[in-house]
Design a protein around this ligand. Structure first.
Ligand code: KG4
Ligand code: ZN
Length: 347
């Protein structure tokens, strides 16, 4: 039995998770503690990197202590440390990696520097068990929108498509600002959209023309189209129907994401799809993905919202897969890489 502690600090959440890896390879979640600095970023309408770094510094040790306590363990029970070393905000990553090195060195346990994006995929194994090989992952968060082919979580992830401009969550956050909803924009838009008419306004579906890249995304044109539509309505002195704008925008995002993901899975002959990242908490994306996957004979897996947004449990889970696969730990001079490619699962 192996206890793995995972540390996540790539954006504005200080996450510490603890999992237990059983002799049969089963991974059980023992603790999942998150301290978010999101409130400190609200008035800026986006994450301020230096504010996030400072918040990680203050939250790191207390969050580790809480996780160990919730798991009913002591630090000396920990057998390995996993930490996000990229991609993400440089200063924020540095806090997590420095803490992880200090814990690994003082406890005399191996250290695994891991990829945040692979962590998002690994999150689903905590809820639905091992992933079939291959699995198609749709990763949608504030910083990323990617289609990944996952042959092996411990080091067999290939990018097959990504956004050429804004990430899906970024589009939500920017559109929320345009229609006067708070940051982060995903949850309030999701809520407003449930009251609105999703076919009220025909917003564009980026990169869906016959000559466009089949598996890539673009949300910048959609964001601009929403802004122009709202400006035009305000110029005419009309009231902006926030719920209808939210619903129509959300429909455009959900339509493109799910259509491209199902097409990729079908083209590549992949029978299982995982959706993860903060935007996977979206009600319409989940609903449309369920309908389209069912129609295409694809098994859909979406972890619960708590595991979709940034957390330390997903990093601990990925660490457990690396330990189980016998992957070599990282050196203690492990560095952060804000632009770590998704194909690099561990460093
Ligand atoms: O994965 P995450 O917590 O952090 C990043 O790694 O970026 O994702 C945060 C993003 C934000 O852009 C937020 O607006 C979006 O996830 N989000 C949602 C929903 N809940 C959070 N987007 C759409 N619908 C939601 N219900
Ligand atoms: Zn993330």
């Amino acid at each position: 039995m192996t206890i793995i502690l995972g540390i996540e600090s790539s954006c504005d959440e200080t996450g510490v998770g603890i999992v237990r890896l059983g002799p049969d390879g089963a991974v059980d979640l023992l603790a999942d503690e998150v301290a978010s600095s999101v409130e400190q970023h609200v008035r800026f309408g986006g994450v301020v990197p230096e504010v996030a770094s400072r918040a990680h510094l203050e939250a790191m040790v207390p969050t580790v202590r809480r996780a160990v306590e919730v798991a009913g363990l002591t630090l000396s029970d920990v057998d390995a440390i996993a930490v996000t070393c990229g991609p993400g905000l440089a200063g924020a990553l540095l806090v997590g990696v420095s803490a992880a090195k200090a814990y690994a060195l003082s406890l005399g346990v191996p250290l695994y520097g891991v990829n945040h994006l692979a962590g998002h995929v690994a999150a689903d194994t905590l809820e639905h068990g091992a992933l079939p090989s291959p699995t198609l992952a749709l990763l949608v968060s504030g910083g990323h929108s990617q289609l990944l082919r996952v042959d092996d979580l411990a080091g067999g992830i290939t990018e097959i498509g990504s956004t050429i401009d804004d990430a899906a969550g970024e589009a939500y956050d920017k559109v929320a600002r345009v229609i006067g909803l708070p940051y982060p924009g995903g949850p309030p838009i999701d809520k407003a959209a449930q009251r609105g008419n999703c076919s009220a306004i025909a917003f564009p579906r980026g990169l869906t023309g016959p000559r466009d890249a089949k598996y890539d995304f673009s949300f910048s044109g959609l964001k601009t189209a929403v802004a122009r539509w709202v400006e035009a309505r305000e110029r005419d002195g009309g009231e902006v129907p926030i719920d209808d704008v939210a619903a129509s925008f959300q429909e455009a995002v959900a339509d493109v994401l799910t259509a491209k993901a199902v097409r990729a899975a079908t083209d590549l002959g992949i029978g299982t799809m995982v959706i993860s990242g903060g935007v996977a908490a979206n009600s319409r994306i989940k609903q449309l993905a369920a309908e389209r996957c069912a129609a295409a004979g694809i098994t859909l897996r979406v972890p619960r919202p708590r595991l979709c947004t940034d957390n330390g449990a997903m990093i601990a889970a990925l660490g457990a897969h690396l330990v189980a696969a016998g992957v070599k730990p990282s050196a203690l001079d492990l560095t952060t890489d804000p632009a770590l490619p998704v194909a690099t699962t561990s460093v």
